[in-house]
Ligand binder design. Sequence first.
Ligand code: C2E
Ligand code: CA
Ligand code: CA
Length: 556
Amino acid sequence: MQNDIRRTVLIVDDELINREMLGYIVSEDYSVMYAENGKQALDILKNGDKISLVLLDLIMPEMDGFELLDIIHNDDELKRIPVIVLTSEKTAEVKSLQHGAADFIPKPYDMPDVIRARVMRSIELAEDNNIIRATEFDTLTGLYTREFFLEYAREFDEFNPDMSKDLFVININRFHLVNELYGREFGNKILAMIAEHLKAITAEHRGIACRYEADIFYIYSKSQEKCEELLNEHIKMLENDKDGSKISLRIGIYRNVDKNIDIEQRIDRAVSAEKTIHNNYKTAFAFYDTKLHEHEVYSEKLLLELDRAISENQFKVYYQPKYDITNNEPKLCSAEALIRWQHPEYGMISPGVFIPLFEENGCIKRIDSFVWNKVAEQIKKWQGRYSRTIPVSVNVSRIDICDPELESELLSIVKNNEIDISSMFLEITESAYSEDSDMILETVKRLRDDGFKVEMDDFGSGYSSLNMLTEMPIDVLKLDMKFIRNICTNEKDRRMMELMIDIADFLNVPVVAEGVEHKEQYELLKKSGCDIIQGYYFSKPVPLEEFDKIVEKELM
Ligand code: C2E
Ligand code: CA
Ligand code: CA
């Protein structure tokens, strides 16, 4: 037995003497309940008492054994309970097996050991089966579980090798919020509802469906000419439902799957299509296509080449000067270090392409460490050459901030290069603060206590509340470029810019405007009280040699 809970056997027989004899035999190993006919037995079974096995007489008043067998066999819950039929007729044995009996025991009961052994074996078999069932089907939705889905998908291919197939990944937008707002029970209801639609789809169009995890479902089915129409019909029904109207779905579709790659990879492709869709308020579809495939291959290649690129010096640090505009003449005051990848095959790759990739993959720290070291080295060199400190801002990715080693690493970089701790500014994007704000605030506070200057990058793009800002340990606000773009043509953007400069005043920190390209923008910013300017108006980010020339010109 799988554990030592005492199980209960239900004995159903209209003759008292039979009930007593059987009860006597099985009560050694089991608790026993009794019923005098099928009707009584059904009441007990439905009553919720956990019955592990039924010993069932066939000929009884009110409801006979066959009738009860049929009811048990056709009931989703009850059919898991094995039934052993008690009979003295050979012909009835076959008939009872056909009606779903697990076994039979011949009357009279003259071999108690045989009876006990049969009862035990039937219970064990049924329990093993139930365990298998429990993992084959997701208990909440009745769909296949992930493992069985993968297995059956392979079988589906094996039995239908020439059939072309589609793979769908279905994800619910903001499902955690659905749970939070309406409760878990409601969330579960939604999941079950979606599952019912998926069952209908796969029944109609040949296929299988599973719940992969929480709110993610897969379908693997026969290819349809217009496969989104196949889903659309059901999505409409879902959206028209009072409860269903509270959700929207993201659906990634890999059509006509390549059978040469394994099923997991096919799923990955549908998932990468799904990932191109953002949290919409309406259900949306995306297809995996050759463009997406090429992009994936390209990304994968870049990821694989990271080590070599570092060791072969393919990464270059560019510098973009920042100018202090608080006096009459703009004056070079610092620079931002921006990385570039000089790729032997693809040419110059912009950080906008590879930074998100390495962030997602967790390797961003390697690149950032590289930049921080280069920059610290450079600050030291300039000090030697010009006898003055040129502070440089480096970007600290939101991923870096979660790294417990960050502080010690930055400290040792500064120490090893013998530069002043306040000459390497740290730019942290505003949106990082909203992720795990307590943890980030803690880290930023420590870095500032050490002496680092912290700039809030892309200010205005995130969702910092005024309240949060006053608690934020920062030294500089750097306005998001998108506000600067139209300050001269769009009244609202100009007001926004002025408002943000007011906020900086209130916080008593200087403001940097980046992305300044034109004289008019520069003049307006200067008039509005902006302190520092970075942008193509003065200079693009340039390689070190060119930046050196800018410094030298400035010093003369
Ligand atoms: P960011 O930190 O906001 O950097 C400013 C971006 O604006 C840079 O793009 C810069 O070249 C660009 N820019 C500066 N002035 C102007 C202008 O007047 N007009 C226009 N249109 N653009 C201007 P870049 O170098 O392509 O970098 C993009 C982003 O990649 C950066 O945005 C930053 O988030 C990230 N990044 C760059 N280097 C690093 C790095 O070393 N580490 C990390 N973690 N991220 C980096
Ligand atoms: Ca930056
Ligand atoms: Ca920025």
